[in-house]
Design a protein around this ligand. Structure first.
Ligand code: ZN
Ligand code: FE
Length: 255
């Protein structure tokens, strides 16, 4: 049986997510961006969280850790490499660790790049991955603590997940990502269609997430380093994959 997910906005453009297993009644929270919207989501769903899965240490992902811990007595899990910067952390995880959540194995995928210790959480049975600020819809996180090569390697791992995997991300950045994506992949029809759909969704104030790995492979320029048309636009027909990725990341930084 698959987990149920309640996704909601926090701060200006962060996503919060509650992950619930109806059989056991267990609930997890993915990151803790802001207290009030999280409490509202708990109230709305009746799902009381017992655990937080932390993707990385940035304040917009951990700010509500301590208040929620006090209120719900929950356990906070996060990347070992960032433990010192994650308030209230109880248990650390690393690449390949498997956490049992409501009987489902949740695999920790180390996805450094945005931060040096960033992790993603893969619920393989449910077909869901939470990628924090590593993979965004049509984008990827800024490289604050790592060289491009590191993020490239992390994105390769996420790209290898089953194509039907639903992807939940840390931010609603899709519309601005789409504008940039069209500059490096202007002839991609799937991308053009998707950009139009995103504009429609945002005009109605609806979220553009979750996406899927398959959809990102077809439209996200940060996963299309191998694509001949993208390489042509960048005038890098014979460059290595990670060089193409680095160039796309650099252009996005200056976009
Ligand atoms: Zn971040
Ligand atoms: Fe963030």
């Amino acid at each position: 049986m698959a987990v149920e997910i309640e996704q909601f906005m926090c701060r200006s453009d962060n996503f919060g997510a509650l992950v619930h297993d109806s059989r056991s009644g267990e609930t997890a929270l993915i990151d803790a961006p802001e207290e009030a919207p999280i409490l509202a989501a708990v109230e709305r769903t009746g799902w009381r969280p017992t655990i937080i899965f932390t993707t990385h240490h940035h304040v917009d992902h951990v700010e509500a850790n301590l208040v929620l811990k006090q209120r719900f007595g929950l356990k906070i899990i996060g990347p070992a490499a960032e433990a010192a910067k994650i308030p209230g952390i109880d248990e650390t995880v690393e690449e390949g660790h498997v956490i049992r959540f409501a009987g489902e194995p949740v695999t920790v995928i180390a996805t450094p790049g945005h931060t040096a210790g960033h992790v993603s959480y893969h619920f393989a049975q449910s077909g869901v991955v939470f990628t924090g600020d590593t993979l965004f819809s049509l984008g990827c996180g800024r490289l604050f603590e790592c060289p491009p090569q590191t993020m490239f390697h992390s994105l390769q791992k996420l790209a290898a997940l089953p194509v039907e995997t639903r992807v939940y991300c840390g931010h609603e950045y899709t519309q601005s990502n789409a504008r940039f994506a069209l500059t490096v992949d202007p002839t991609n029809d799937a991308l053009k269609e998707r950009a139009a759909e995103i504009d429609r969704l945002r005009a109605e104030d609806k979220p553009t997430l979750p996406t899927t790995i398959g959809r990102e492979l077809a439209t996200n320029p940060f996963l299309r380093w191998h694509d001949a048309a993208v390489r042509n636009t960048l005038q890098m027909p014979r460059a290595g994959d990670s060089e193409v990725f680095a160039e796309i990341r650099k252009r996005k930084d200056n976009f």
